[in-house]
Design a protein around this ligand. Structure first.
Ligand SMILES: Cc1cc2nc3c(=O)[nH]c(=O)nc-3n(C[C@H](O)[C@H](O)[C@H](O)COP(=O)(O)OP(=O)(O)OC[C@H]3O[C@@H](n4cnc5c(N)ncnc54)[C@H](O)[C@@H]3O)c2cc1C
Length: 414
C-alpha cells in the first residue's frame, strides 16, 4: 500500500519504519520537519516501569495546593480554563476507582511492550548506541513521602516491575552528584534513557530516508475518507493514499475530527532547561517525586525539567516555570550550573484524560489509523506503537488488546 504518515515525531517515525519493514511504500509528511514537537526536547526516559496516570484521587486531592502556586508542579493558565473544562470533567471521570484499574491494566500492557520494541527497532536500524540501560532513581527528601510511596512500590512489584529501596549512603555511592537533602530512593534497574531525544528522532528520520521512506514538508489541513482517501495540504495539491496514519501529537485532534472521531485531546505543557556539554553530574536519570521534575544526563548535556501546565497550544510559554524548576533542583543537585547558562524549552505533551493514547482505526475509514495522545510516555511507547500500527494495517493480530486504546471509547462516555 501507499501509506502516508502525518507527523515526523517519534510516533510517526517509528510507525513509518514498522510499515516500511512490512514492505509498504511510505511517505512521512510534517509541516516543519523531524523532531519539531514534543519529541525534540523531552526528558529522554524510557519509562516503561511507570504506572502513573494523570488522573488519580491522590492527584486530584493535590490540585488545590498546586493551583495556589502558579509556578508549582501543576498549573492552569486562567484564560484557558473555560476551554479546558470539558477535558477536566473527563479527567475527574477517569479517576473513578473502577476506571483507574482498567486504565492501569491497559497502560501496563503497553508499557511492557516498550523496551523490547525499542531494543528491536534500534538494533534493526543500527541505533542501539542511543539506548542507555543504567536504570533510574526516584529520589526522596522526606521520610514521610518515602513511606507513603511504599504502597506504589508494592503495586509495581505485583505487576512484575523490579524496584529496590535504597538508603541515603547507597544513593550517594551511585550518584555522588545528589545532595545530602536526599534521604533515600527507589531504584529501577530496568529503566533506560536515550542519548538525546532530538538526536534520536533525527537518527530515526535519517534511517527512514536511507531505507527509501519519502519525506514531504507540508501542513495537513484535512483527511477525507473518500474513496479515494485524500489528504488536503496547505498551499499545494492534495495527496492520495491507500492508508493514512495520524501521528501529529498534540495537534491531532482536528484531523481525527475530520474522520468522525471526537477525541478529548489536550496538552500538558512541560518545561525544561538544558546545559549543553555538562556531563558527569549524574550517571542515570533521577526523578524527584512530589516536586514535578526529573534530571537526565543526556549525551549532549544535563537536562532538568518536567512540570505540567494546562494552557492549550496557543498561549506563549512562561519560562519563569523552568527558572522555578531550576531553583528547586538546586536543593538536590550539587553541581547544577547557573540557570542563565542553560537553554529553555517548552513542549506540548499530547494528553488524553485517561492517560491512554489512541491507537486504533478511525470511524470513517478502517485504513486510517490514529496514533497519538501518548502524554508523558510518548518516547517510551513510540516503538511499540509503531509495531501496533503496522499490525493493524496488515491485518495481524496485535500483541496486546487494543480495545482500551480505541478512538471510539470516548463515544461510550469516558
Ligand atoms: C517536558 C517534557 C518531558 C517529557 N519527557 C518524556 C520522557 O522522559 N519519556 C517519555 O516517554 N515521554 C516524555 N515526554 C512525552 C513525549 O515527548 C511525547 O509524548 C512524544 O514526544 C509525542 O510524540 P509524537 O510523535 O506523538 O508527537 P510530536 O513529537 O509532538 O510530533 C508531532 C509532529 O506532528 C507535526 N504536525 C502537527 N500537526 C501537523 C499537521 N497538521 N500537518 C503536518 N504535520 C503536523 C509536528 O510538526 C510534529 O513534528 C515528555 C514531554 C515533555 C513536554
Amino acid at each position: 500500500m501507499r501509506i502516508v504518515v502525518v507527523g515526523a515525531g517519534l510516533v510517526g517515525l517509528a510507525s513509518a519504519h514498522a510499515l516500511a519493514a512490512d514492505g509498504h511504500e511510505v511517505t512521512v509528511i510534517d509541516r516543519e520537519g523531524p523532531a519539531a514537537g514534543a519529541s525534540r526536547g523531552n526528558a529522554g526516559w524510557i519509562a516503561h516501569t511507570d504506572i502513573d496516570l494523570i488522573a488519580s484521587p491522590k492527584m486530584l486531592r493535590q490540585v488545590p495546593g498546586f493551583l495556589l502556586d502558579p509556578l508549582g508542579p501543576l498549573a492552569i493558565r486562567p484564560s484557558y480554563l473555560p476551554r479546558l473544562l470539558p477535558w477536566l470533567i473527563r479527567l475527574v471521570a477517569a479517576s473513578r476507582p473502577s476506571r483507574l484499574k482498567q486504565s492501569v491494566e491497559a497502560l501496563v500492557s503497553l508499557q511492557m511492550q516498550a523496551l523490547p520494541a525499542w531494543d528491536a527497532l534500534s538494533a534493526e536500524l543500527g541505533l542501539s548506541r542511543h539506548i542507555h540501560r543504567r536504570g533510574g532513581l526516584f529520589a526522596f527528601s522526606g521520610r514521610d513521602a518515602m513511606a507513603r510511596n511504599r504502597d506504589h512500590l508494592d503495586r509495581q512489584r505485583a505487576l512484575g516491575i523490579a524496584v529496590d529501596e535504597i538508603a541515603a549512603d547507597e544513593v550517594r555511592q551511585m550518584e555522588p552528584g545528589l545532595s545530602d537533602a536526599i534521604i533515600g530512593a527507589a531504584f529501577y534497574p530496568d529503566a533506560a534513557h536515550v542519548s538525546d531525544p532530538r538526536v534520536l528522532t533525527q537518527a530515526l528520520f535519517d534511517a527512514a530516508i536511507a531505507r527509501g521512506i519519502a519525506f514531504r514538508q507540508g501542513a495537513v489541513t484535512a483527511v477525507e475518507a473518500g474513496p479515494p482517501l485524500t489528504l488536503r495540504i496547505e498551499g499545494t495539491d492534495p495527496l492520495a493514499a491507500d492508508a493514512v496514519v495520524i501521528a501529529a501529537g498534540a495537534w491531532s485532534k482536528p484531523l481525527a475530527a475530520c474522520l468522525g472521531d471526537a477525541v478529548p485531546l489536550d496538552t500538558e505543557r512541560g518545561y525544561n532547561v538544558s546545559f549543553p556539554g555538562v556531563t558527569g553530574v549524574l550517571s542515570r536519570p533521577v526523578a524527584f517525586p512530589g516536586f514535578g521534575f526529573v534530571a537526565t544526563p543526556l549525551d549532549t548535556g544535563l537536562r532538568v525539567g518536567g512540570a505540567v501546565e494546562l494552557g492549550g497550544l496557543a498561549l506563549p510559554p512562561n519560562h519563569e516555570r523552568s527558572r522555578a524548576l531550576h531553583a528547586r533542583a538546586r536543593t538536590f543537585l550539587r553541581d547544577l550550573p547557573a540557570y542563565e547558562t542553560g537553554t529553555q524549552w517548552m513542549g506540548f505533551r499530547p494528553s488524553i484524560p485517561d492517560s491512554l493514547p489512541v491507537i486504533g482505526r478511525s470511524s470513517a475509514s478502517a485504513n486510517v489509523v490514529l496514533a497519538f495522545g501518548h502524554g508523558h510516555y510518548g518516547l517510551t511507547q513510540s516503538a511499540a506503537t509503531g509495531r501496533l500500527v503496522a499490525d493493524m494495517l496488515n491485518g495481524r493480530s496485535p500483541a496486546i488488546d487494543l480495545a482500551p486504546f480505541s478512538a471510539q471509547r470516548f463515544a461510550r462516555g469516558l
